[in-house]
Design a protein around this ligand. Structure first.
Ligand code: G6P
Length: 607
């Protein structure tokens, strides 16, 4: 899941390429590189690590030229070194790649046997050599690409520059996203519209298997059968303004604090305040006929799906299956007619989720997509598009996208119940009322930021941390553990409170903090009993509950975090805040890179 960009420009491109990379650093930040063509030569600059290293390299060693390609990397094959950084080049060709070439070993062996010397450990470099070999044998760039693409297995978005053709670039996509940008006397390629936002808003999305030749004036697009095709040019809504941190120290912190606003924004598309109804976008299928819901997602989005399972079952009495996309797609799941397959994704580009979506489509399912990027691949393949309106999420650890996903999913579950005749008018009114209470409750939760910052030192020295929750708060325990792992590098596990006694309780001692999520409500007493089992064994507890819950069970805890008293429906949204803030402050206390934690990337476009 790297980010790629290419420019055939009127004037110098290096700075603009770097700016494009900056906007795509969320896709990976293991290394970065550019290659321009100047005076008949490929001019390549690369640096390991964050983009700042490439900027430093370019300031001492500029890359002039009006045409170029660039790359920001999330390492798959080969360590994040300068040698493995893209662009990969031969004397004739330079190339950037996002994806994985699965048959690269065979191709590499073939090239080596043919006398080629490859410099990197990457899968991508073989593509540069394959194309170069065709060029050296006298093929045109178009013919070279045409003959190489069918030999590649796996997923790719490519941008290729040719030394002897300083007025053109070729792009290609299969499985990884690639867009074409139309400028004034300039043309662009990019992994997404956001990367190109300062350059143009006129964007064409390539279809699977498409490849494209761009020059200063035009784009010529071919499908996988090499037929000339047209792809609609749309106006992208991506903002040219760089997303700024404002007064916040980190994007993650800013995004946590944006939650009341963006959840309200999202809800305004899903509930009718005036007539107190749930209002979904135009649906051209019968929601009442849905007999099964299959939820598929990855990471934090998966945990939003886990919470939604409780809601679909409780409100709409429909059986729900949920799986990680990477598991789902390889287990040959049984999908009966009449099912709704629901895909949840911030980016809309996660490779496993997208592959699972296509599997479900092939198996006759109605495809629902809850997604934050409305121009993403998943959004474009949905029958029912349910956008979250969280705005761009930059911090690698997802926060505001999660709570917005929950808001949409709660509305969808309630709407399905209404359509199935299982939710009365009064009950629907209640659901709407509680959902609309969420933004204020999120604000009240955020008021405890300082208290949470003040207790970070209790968690920061720990080697292991356990999170416990029950019912819809169990996925929150999983999400809390994930957040802590991602950004503070502390090992953490989320457990269903009742499951503690079947194993994890053996881990309890005074060195393992246990974070208990227990809002007052029907499950409170049960969770507190499990908490007492931890207490009895010398465990150090941080109890997150409301005033009533803390009064009842807060005594003897190492620390407590007070949440507002909320209806159980919105508790998962509200309790997301303290687990996000706790992870955030612990990471700050440990001095880790909160927005770009090691080894991770925001958008995972490889399997
Ligand atoms: C990565 C990110 C996570 C995210 C997951 C799923 O692992 O680091 O924050 O939850 O991908 O991404 P998606 O865009 O599909 O929600």
């Amino acid at each position: 899941m790297c980010g790629i960009i290419g420019i055939v420009g009127k004037d110098a491109v290096a700075d603009r390429l770097v700016d494009g990379l900056k906007r795509m650093e969320y896709r990976g930040y293991d290394s970065a590189g550019v290659c321009t063509i100047e005076s008949g030569q490929l001019v390549r600059r690369r640096a390991p690590g964050k983009l700042a290293n490439l900027v430093a390299e370019l300031s001492g060693n500029p890359a002039p030229g009006n045409i170029g390609i660039a790359h920001t990397r999330w390492a798959t094959h080969g360590a994040p070194t300068a040698e493995n950084a893209h662009p990969h080049a031969t004397g004739e060709v330079a190339l950037v790649h996002n994806g994985i070439i699965e048959n690269f070993k065979t191709l590499r062996d073939e090239l080596v046997a043919d006398g080629h010397t490859l410099e990197s450990e990457t899968d991508s470099e073989v593509v540069a050599h394959l194309v170069s070999r065709e060029i050296e044998n006298g093929a045109s760039p178009q013919d070279a690409v045409k003959s190489v693409l069918p030999r590649l297995r796996g997923a790719f978005a490519l941008a290729i520059a040719f030394r002897q053709h300083p007025g053109m670039l070729i792009g290609a996509r299969l499985g990884s996203p690639l867009v074409v940008g139309y400028g004034e006397g300039e043309m662009f390629l990019g992994s997404d519209a956001l990367a190109l936002a300062p350059l143009t808003q006129k964007i064409a999305y390539l279809d699977e298997g498409d490849w494209v030749v761009i020059d200063q004036a035009a784009a010529t697009i071919y499908d996988s059968e090499n037929n000339r095709v047209e792809r609609e040019v749309t106006t992208s809504g991506a903002s040219a303004a760089a997303v700024e941190k404002g007064n916040y120290r980190h994007y993650m912190q800013k995004e946590i604090f944006e939650q009341p606003t963006v959840v309200a924004q999202t809800l305004s598309s899903y509930v009718h305040q005036a007539d107190e109804t749930v209002a979904l976008p135009q649906i051209d299928f019968d929601l009442s006929a849905i007999n099964r819901v299959t939820i598929v997602a990855c990471g934090t989005s998966y945990y939003a799906g886990m919470v939604a399972k409780y809601w679909f079952e409780q409100f709409a009495r429909v059986p729900v299956d949920i799986d990680f996309a990477s598991e789902f797609r390889y287990r040959e799941p049984v999908l009966e007619d009449g099912g709704l397959s629901l895909f949840i994704s911030q980016s809309g580009e996660t490779a496993d989720t997208l592959a699972a979506l296509r599997y479900c489509k092939e198996h006759g399912q109605t495809i629902g997509v809850v997604v934050n990027v409305p121009t993403s691949s998943m959004a474009r393949e949905a029958d029912l598009l349910l956008p979250t309106h969280a705005g761009p999420e930059i911090g690698v650890a997802s926060t505001k996208a999660f709570t917005c996903q929950l808001a949409v999913l709660a509305a969808l579950a309630a709407h399905m119940a209404v359509k199935k005749g299982l939710m009365s008018r009064d009950e629907e009114r209640e659901v709407v009322k509680h959902l609309l209470e969420a933004p204020a409750a999120l604000n009240a939760a955020l008021d405890h930021d300082e208290d949470i910052a003040g207790m970070a030192h209790l968690i920061a020295p720990a080697r292991d941390v356990l999170y416990l929750g029950r019912g819809p708060d169990f996925p929150l325990a999983l999400e809390g553990a994930l957040k802590l792992k991602e950004i503070s590098y502390i090992h953490a596990e989320g457990y269903a409170s009742g499951e503690m006694k079947h194993g994890p309780i053996a881990l309890i001692d005074e060195h393992v903090p246990v974070i208990v999520l227990a809002p007052s409500g029907p499950l409170f007493e049960k969770t507190v009993s499990n908490m007492q089992e931890v207490n009895a064994r010398g465990g150090k507890i941080v109890l997150i509950s409301d005033e009533e819950g803390l009064a009842e069970a807060g005594e003897g805890c190492m620390a407590t975090i007070q949440m507002p008293r909320v209806h159980p429906l919105i508790a998962p949204l509200v309790y997301a805040v303290p687990v996000q803030l706790l992870a955030y402050h612990v990471a700050c206390a440990k001095g880790t890179d909160v927005d770009q934690p090691r080894n991770l990337a925001k958008s995972v476009t490889v399997e």
